[in-house]
Design a protein around this ligand. Sequence first.
Ligand code: GDP
Ligand code: CA
Length: 323
Amino acid sequence: MASSPRVVVLAGGVGGSKFTLGVRDALARRNGPEATVVVNTGDDLWLSGVRLQPDVDSILYALAGVNDTERGWGRDGDTERVNAELQQWGAGWPWFTLGDLDLGTHLARTGWLRDGLTPTQIVERLSGRWPLGVRMLPMTDTEVDTHVRVVGGDVLHFQEWWTRHRAQLTPLGFDHPGIEAALPAPGVVEAIADADVVLLAPSNPVVSIGPILAVPGIREALALTSAHVVGVSPIIGGAVVRGMADVCLTAIGVETSAAAVAAHYGTRSEGGLLDAWLIAEEDAHLAAAIDALGMRAVVAPLWMRDVAASAAMADAALAAAAV
Ligand code: GDP
Ligand code: CA
């Protein structure tokens, strides 16, 4: 592998942005080209007339250094005056807060959509405000919001299930209506084809990485690329680090373990995705079982405590691709 590898990252929001910060750091030290980050857009939604792209914005704000690191979402130092007014009107969702600065992003995006720009062009415009050090691409320009089928027969938008119900309504499955007709956003397939390494961030395998892989053409591009495909486990010691990925995994019949998620992604030589899979030191005992799947298990510290820790993870993932 080249010492300045061309890297593509597939990512969701919070886990995706922490990992992307590390990838940016690791590549900057190699003086390599900027990574391309393909972002999940299954979390997107319309609310009070504006289009939200939560995972895109999480990565955008984190890379720009303007994210609220304590709360874990939105802009640092944001206020909620407009949100209070929307609540008075009974507009939007009472359980979904929109910060004032964040609303500025949503208004800008929605205005550009009305002007006829594509989501890809809009992400490029949003990215132009700050020196992000990566190229961000939405997974697709088509609206394919994730829906959740829950026990009892109801179907909820992903955000309602996740934010309002905190994933407490037992999910039966996840759908992305219209995704069969969606295309990868311009540049996604090309970036994967030209990459030396594709990294699957330690994002939610079901509702962050899952929608990206469900866009027709992306899985095929991953199968065809000469790049090494390396994934990073979001599961450490049989538990999610944060969030509710365990509930999502259970719904699709996958155990909450680093080995089960590896098997879910599958081995590339056998029609799956992965050449190598990074697991935490706490899961070192699973390495033999993962190797037996035909991919390479690599044990590394996987706690993204700070940028240095995430960068060390990115280094380990790049090293895993070098062999
Ligand atoms: P979301 O879109 O904001 O839900 O974020 P992602 O899907 O990108 O990431 C959520 C996943 O990140 C969860 O399943 C967590 O288990 C995982 N995660 C969060 N922090 C860490 C960490 O420090 N290390 C690892 N390995 N995984 C993490
Ligand atoms: Ca998300």
